[in-house]
Design a protein around this ligand. Sequence first.
Ligand SMILES: *Cc1c(COP(=O)(O)O)cnc(C)c1O
Length: 371
Amino acid sequence: MGINMAYKVPFLDLKSINLEYENEFKSIIEDVLESGWFVNGGQLSKFEKEYAAFSGAKYCIGVGNGLEALRLLLLANNIGQGDEVLVPSNTFIATWLAVTQVGATPIPVEPDKFTYNIDPSLLSASLTNKTKAIIPVHLYGQLANLSEINKFAHDHNLVVIEDAAQSQGALFDGLSSANFGNSSATSFYPGKNLGALGDAGAVLTNDNVVAEKIRILRNYGSNEKYIHDIIGTNSRLDEIQAAFLRLKLKNLSRDNQRRIQIARTYSDLISNSAIVLPFCPKMSSPAWHLYVIRTKNRNSFMSYMRDLGIETLIHYPVPPHKQKCYLNEYLNYDLGLTEVLCEEIVSLPISPILSDSQVEYVVEAINKYNG
Ligand SMILES: *Cc1c(COP(=O)(O)O)cnc(C)c1O
């Protein structure tokens, strides 16, 4: 397959997704050029207010990317050398890297076999006197079981930091993740539900002390120009990206509604005994960042789909504990379910610009698949 192969149903066509904003993007570039102000300005503070309101959190602090949002939250909670942090074994590697980068140790916890999110009933088996925090990831856009995770954290005096990179707009029983009271990290990487035209991320919190710490940490440890009270870093969300994000935020609910509609069509109409559809608890209203199915002969399924012009991807083919950078440290862990999932998962196209006929074409193709 050549990289230029034109799919009838591409997985995620970022060029087309951004096309509707072309003229407005150009006038934003002119405005920012005209203003002569490129970082830490009015566009960022307006975006922070607007995204906080969208998320139901009191404070939003823009940072350079999602990994930085996680890392700064760990630093703000004084997590570092000698500490252990419970993380899902089934996640994108950034969740683990943030923990490693502050000098702490990621301790993998296996997922629930239906939702693929961290299984709260397994947390206690991984608890030690070094455990300081839990990072639940709202994988594929579905909120993890926050009520049970928070209860466990409360009972054992642990901090909960949510990885909300994939769950912008997700609800559980009508509540957003911010309503559960933890701080969270999100990412505006171009492929996320709310995507910039480059890297960007944010911390969301209801805690004014955490908010203030993140503001200082992202800006060289400084609250006042040229006065540095702590060792900080440079992790900023540029004015131009903030302005692009403000524009696209206006359509995030509309785009998420379209994702929900596509997910519903897939879940209602796909019927093939070789395919396991995603499980969604009754109260759960995911943001459907990804629509992930399972199938035993994945290679043959993916090439069947490709031959029909449908692009599918794997999120993620190799779990963090199997990556070369972590391999030696996790040889003694039994993470069998994660490994099975990584062999069987496939993500179907679900971007908000897919047409009804493209969605129906995917459904028909899968229903005819002879797995
Ligand atoms: C994208 C993503 C991140 C990292 O975000 P970046 O902005 O790319 O650094 C972290 N966690 C999860 C689950 C993600 O999907």
